[in-house]
Ligand binder design. Structure first.
Ligand code: URP
Ligand code: ZN
Ligand code: ZN
Length: 459
């Protein structure tokens, strides 16, 4: 059965027009005015609403063994939460640790998501060590359609790689045409500063930021860029949080280094005073890189509006209150991460577009299109064209609400953005032509999501 989204204002990068959109067999087949449709077509009236391509979250954690525990979501809960918030595709970090076999890890992550995700998804494959089997295993993973890697310069002895391993990963990535995403903090400095602070009795969550200061992130960002420059590989800095790191990235971009930059929701909307709240309230806001001094938020918003920060993800990483309390005696044991998969689009629209920080064109680009282009999903995802997957978000700009753990669908007992006002939300969300969400409720088919195969593109 066909689907017609009628009379909405269709917003894609570089274009805004009133149109009907008709989808059949999972894809958009016609776009135009007053389209005739066959009997039996399901009709969604989008009059007075915006219609966006499905949004893409390029950085989430769902299955994640980390810091002596596991992130709380399943692919079912996270994908339903994503869809309710307008995200129709997510890219999950597949993160086996240094002692795990990479290929076995990849198969494990796939098995966790398979048949469970309600929306489409892909993986960034983390390279957490480089040993004798690594090259052949990564070749197999790329051949399977996972054409982006992830490295961590942080998290010494767990996910972190040393400079030699980074060099080997980037050299192989260049050969395979694969983009490498990177968490850029200097692991050695973080671990030394952590030991020093704890020895001084500075154990509360307010000491998390001083243990990973801006200089530590700027160093990691600059070093990653230098390695890209000398290997010819293409890179993407994940969750860049502050002006000093941004300057390092921009200097590299100006030298011609092939580097893109991601901001994430927490760094745009929360500052380090949230992590300085007493007790568990502070712990809820511990992530890495940490929440920063407030002035960095304007820097990031500005960079987004100028187009020098390329995408906005969430770094969705849900640990509940009980898990956060693992760090009650030392901030070094607080599981790092803040959830956000459900709130990204609404908060980015509310605090970005509605507050005049970014225009609609930048909004759709940073929340959908650019990620699709960088990660080999475009034009199947990230736009509305004849032939694109019919992932559509009919967006009601008149909706007013409040973010709250009480109403969220993410599997967690707190929300880091609690109490923030929402000015606009999806009223209908489709995945490949099937309505999955109506007015904040999941009404669709669980397990509908597919693993997206992606071709290498950066030779
Ligand atoms: O604090 C964070 N960001 N947790 C998830 C792991 C990572 O570094 O992305
Ligand atoms: Zn990270
Ligand atoms: Zn992450």
């Amino acid at each position: 059965m066909g689907l017609l989204v009628r009379n909405g204002e269709m917003v894609t990068v570089g274009s805004r027009k009133r149109a009907d959109i008709y989808a059949e067999n999972e894809t958009v087949t016609r776009i135009g005015k007053n389209l005739e449709t066959p009997p039996g077509t399901a009709i969604i009236d989008a009059t007075g609403k915006l219609v966006f391509p499905g949004f893409i979250d390029p950085h989430v954690h769902i299955y994640l063994p980390f810091m002596a525990t596991f992130a709380k979501d399943t692919h079912e809960t996270a994908s339903i939460a994503a869809l309710i918030g307008g995200t129709t595709t997510y890219i999950e970090m597949c993160c086996p640790n240094r002692t795990d076999d990479a290929l076995a890890g990849y198969e494990l992550w796939k098995s966790k998501a398979n048949g469970k995700s309600a929306c489409d998804y892909a993986f960034h494959m983390s390279v957490t060590k480089f040993c004798a089997e690594t090259e052949s295993q990564l070749r197999e993973i790329v051949a399977d359609g996972t054409s982006s890697f992830k490295i961590f310069l942080a998290y010494k002895n767990f996910f972190g790689v040393d400079d030699g391993e980074m060099y080997q990963t980037l050299t192989l990535a260049k050969k395979l045409g694969v983009i490498v995403t990177a968490h850029c903090e200097n692991a050695e400095l973080v671990s030394r500063l952590q030991v020093q602070l704890v020895a001084e009795g500075k154990t509360g969550p307010e000491w998390h930021e001083p243990s990973r200061p801006e200089s530590v992130e700027a160093e990691g960002t600059g070093r990653f860029a230098t390695f890209l420059e000398n290997t010819g590989a293409t890179g993407y800095v994940v969750h860049l949080s502050c002006e000093r790191a941004l300057n390092a990235a921009l200097a590299a971009k100006e030298r011609g280094v092939r580097l893109s930059v991601e901001a994430v929701l927490p760094h745009l909307l929360l500052d380090k005073s949230f992590a300085e709240r007493p007790g568990v309230e502070g712990m809820k806001h511990v992530m890495s890189p940490p929440l920063r001094a407030k002035q960095n938020q304007d820097v990031l918003w500005n960079a987004l509006s100028r187009g020098v920060v390329d995408t906005v993800g969430t770094d969705h990483c849900p640990f509940d209150v009980e898990q956060k309390l693992l760090g009650k005696d030392a901030f070094t044991n607080i599981p790092n991460g803040i959830p956000g998969i459900e709130d990204r689009v609404n908060l980015l629209y509310s605090f970005g577009v509605q507050k005049g920080r970014i225009d609609l064109d930048r909004f759709v680009n940073i929340a959908s299109t650019h990620a699709a282009k960088l990660f080999g999903l475009f034009p199947r995802k990230g736009t509305i064209e004849v032939g694109s997957d019919a992932d559509l978000v009919v967006f009601d700009t008149n909706y007013r609400g409040i973010v709250s753990a009480k109403t969220q669908h993410v599997n967690n007992d707190y929300n880091g953005f609690e109490g923030m006002p929402i000015e606009g939300r999806p009223s209908v969300v489709t995945v490949r032509g099937k309505v999955q969400v109506r007015d904040g409720e999941f009404v669709g088919e669980r397990g509908r999501g597919r693993l997206l195969k992606r071709e290498p593109a950066y030779f």
